[in-house]
Design a protein around this ligand. Structure first.
Ligand SMILES: *[C@@H]1O[C@H](CO)[C@@H](O)[C@H](O)[C@H]1NC(C)=O
Ligand SMILES: *[C@@H]1O[C@H](CO)[C@@H](O)[C@H](O)[C@H]1NC(C)=O
Ligand SMILES: *[C@@H]1O[C@H](CO)[C@@H](O)[C@H](O)[C@H]1NC(C)=O
Ligand SMILES: *[C@@H]1O[C@H](CO)[C@@H](O)[C@H](O)[C@H]1NC(C)=O
Ligand SMILES: *[C@@H]1O[C@H](CO)[C@@H](O)[C@H](O)[C@H]1NC(C)=O
Ligand SMILES: *[C@@H]1O[C@H](CO)[C@@H](O)[C@H](O)[C@H]1NC(C)=O
Ligand SMILES: *[C@@H]1O[C@H](CO)[C@@H](O)[C@H](O)[C@H]1NC(C)=O
Ligand SMILES: *[C@@H]1O[C@H](CO)[C@@H](O)[C@H](O)[C@H]1NC(C)=O
Length: 296
């Protein structure tokens, strides 16, 4: 009879495992977006830090600006002014370099989830066309492909028809996974989109600010209100804008192209709820197992 009860117990465990899997599927998404893998992220960090460093040493306006804002925030090294914001859920360093496509937060995102289902885990060749920094944020501006634009604004424009474009990129040795292509030097209005990668933020500034800063840049680009001359720097043209001339936009000579995987990022609240669910199911299973084996 013990063997029979053991089989019963195993079946019960299997059932509870399935229940746990169901619970996992009910996590609340924090946001959807395109994520770069670790190797590409490391390359992007190296490249963009390099841009900031060389602008700091070559362009006096950049040096003055970074010194001023760092001093105001009591930061000794101006090149460490921008730091990747901590993950609001865990309080840990946020390792993900990504482009947010849809922020869900605590809200119901199920309509969006349904519409983008077919794009999940797919690779998208992504165009990174420039870099910008302000008193608040440091970011990369992204020129979305048509299909990415549709996914970005999905809840407005409905599901796009075509498949994602994933050409084979010829990666250069120094930066695996990142390709470089020349772009139009005189194009001072390369994107219409707030799509961006947050590279770093000033102290106490959250990552959502990067998108707000980019929207401001788009407005200044539209009416061509700039400060002073265009500076021809090592990797492109630098333009200052803003009422205090403290917004810097770097129009790169070469855009960077890298694969990014469309995926979801879950919030900690939901992870906690699975953990609790799994714990509960676990306790239930052990109690049941004990009960089955003890009964005689
Ligand atoms: C980029 O990587 C190279 C090679 O590892 C390194 O020498 C350089 O200091 C890095 N640059 C930055 C800005 O981190
Ligand atoms: C950041 O916020 C903390 C807590 O509100 C405050 O103590 C600190 O001075 C702020 N830092 C800066 C640079 O504003
Ligand atoms: C900021 O500037 C003031 C005045 O120039 C100076 O006394 C102070 O040491 C600077 N603070 C930092 C952190 O560099
Ligand atoms: C989802 O779509 C349905 C039907 O199109 C609509 O009635 C509902 O309000 C939408 N829900 C949200 C949260 O947008
Ligand atoms: C997607 O691209 C990343 C980065 O290039 C690569 O690591 C991954 O294997 C690709 N995935 C697929 C399914 O091709
Ligand atoms: C980008 O993704 C595509 C499709 O998933 C893959 O074939 C290609 O090798 C990737 N490119 C790089 C540079 O990893
Ligand atoms: C941005 O992408 C569009 C296609 O989606 C293209 O027509 C345009 O030339 C691109 N701009 C830049 C600066 O790459
Ligand atoms: C251009 O747009 C910016 C941002 O909206 C605004 O602050 C500025 O006053 C505008 N300038 C002109 C000349 O219209």
């Amino acid at each position: 009879m013990k063997a029979f009860r053991l089989i019963q117990a195993v079946l019960l465990l299997a059932a509870t495992y399935v229940t746990a899997q169901d619970t996992e599927k009910q996590q609340m998404p924090l946001f959807y977006g395109w994520f770069f893998n670790d190797i590409i992220a490391a390359g992007l960090k190296n490249i963009t830090d390099g841009h900031l460093n060389s602008l700091y040493s070559d362009v006096p306006a950049v040096q003055n600006f970074l010194r001023k804002v760092s001093n105001q925030s009591q930061i000794t090294d101006p090149l460490k002014y921008y730091a990747k914001p901590l993950d609001p859920n865990t309080g840990n360093f946020d390792p993900f370099y990504h482009i947010t496509a849809k922020y869900c937060g605590g809200k119901d995102c199920s309509n969006y989830t349904r519409q983008i289902e077919k794009y999940m885990k797919q690779n998208f060749s992504t165009d990174l066309v420039g870099v910008f920094f302000t008193p608040r944020t440091f970011g990369i501006r992204v020129n979305l492909s048509q299909i990415q634009e549709d996914i970005f604004g999905m809840e407005v424009s409905g599901v796009a028809g075509t498949d994602s474009v994933t050409p084979n990129l010829e990666a250069i040795k120094d930066y695996p996974g990142i390709d470089f292509l020349p772009q139009d030097e005189d194009n001072f209005h390369p994107t219409d989109s707030r799509a961006h990668v947050t590279l770093g933020c000033a102290p106490n500034v959250s990552a959502v600010t990067t998108g707000e800063d980019l929207l401001k840049i788009l407005a200044f680009e539209k009416n061509e209100t700039f400060c002073g001359e265009v500076v021809s720097a090592e990797h492109g043209n630098l333009i200052q804008m803003g009422t205090d001339c403290d917004i810097f936009v770097y129009y790169l000579e070469e855009k960077m192209i890298a694969n990014a995987t469309f995926d979801v990022y879950y919030s900690r609240c939901s992870k906690t709820s699975i953990n609790l669910g799994t714990l509960w199911v676990g306790i239930l299973s052990i109690v049941s197992l004990y009960w089955f084996l003890q009964r005689d």
